[in-house]
Design a protein around this ligand. Structure first.
Ligand code: SF4
Length: 201
């Protein structure tokens, strides 16, 4: 089969090629992993998403991502769920809309765990698939990552906007051709009220 053409030439301001990719699900990871591999990176995928509810949904998203990593031969690390901590931090904001204060807390928890895991693995750079979603605030993701960098220390966040440069379109193509499960809500119980069949996160 013909290799897909490279969509983006990545020129990050660092020399490392082995990086930690915090990943929320397979659909959001497809184009990013393809792009990283095409550009000679060695991503380590870290699944840490205590926001996802109910537990079957958490396992379903994880299974799809595991399947994709296996297909690519990419290392996959399963983070502990940490559901109680996530609920305690976000429940005061349960009535907030998406892109509000609850989402900032949610991102902080997931990116702090990612920065910590990167440090444990001796990796200096981490990034996240969260920024591939058009439903999320890129500014909020970067603010949460900055918080994680300062709180944890060590690894630095790569603030690449993974929905730009044709990557959103490529995500849609790969999602269709790979027949992956695609959720219709962001992940937490509070976001289920915004669920819509056409809403691919
Ligand atoms: S809507 Fe999404 S980003 Fe916001 S708190 Fe829920 S799972 Fe996290």
């Amino acid at each position: 089969m013909q290799e897909p053409k490279k969509i983006v030439e990545l020129n990050p301001p660092f020399a490392e090629r082995k990086i930690l990719l915090h990943a929320c699900c397979a659909p959001c990871s497809l184009a990013i992993l393809e792009c990283l591999l095409q550009n000679g990176f060695e991503p380590v995928v870290f699944y840490f998403n205590p926001n996802i509810f109910p537990h079957q949904e958490y396992e379903k998203r994880k299974a799809e991502l595991t399947r994709h990593c296996k297909e690519l031969g990419v290392e996959f690390i399963d983070g502990d769920c940490g559901r109680d901590e996530w609920l305690a931090a976000t429940s005061p904001y349960k009535c907030e809309p998406e892109r509000g204060a609850r989402c900032l807390e949610c991102f902080k928890i997931r990116l702090c765990a990612s920065a910590k895991k990167a440090g444990e693995l001796g990796l200096k750079i981490f990034t996240t698939t969260l920024s591939s979603s058009r439903w999320k605030s890129f500014g909020q993701i970067c603010a949460a990552a900055k918080f994680a960098e300062e709180k944890i220390g060590g690894a630095k966040f790569w603030d690449f906007n993974w929905k730009k440069f044709g990557l959103s379109e490529r995500r849609a193509e790969l999602l269709k051709s790979g027949n992956y499960y695609n959720q219709t809500y962001c992940g937490c119980e509070y976001s289920m009220r915004n669920s819509a069949p056409e809403k691919s996160v």
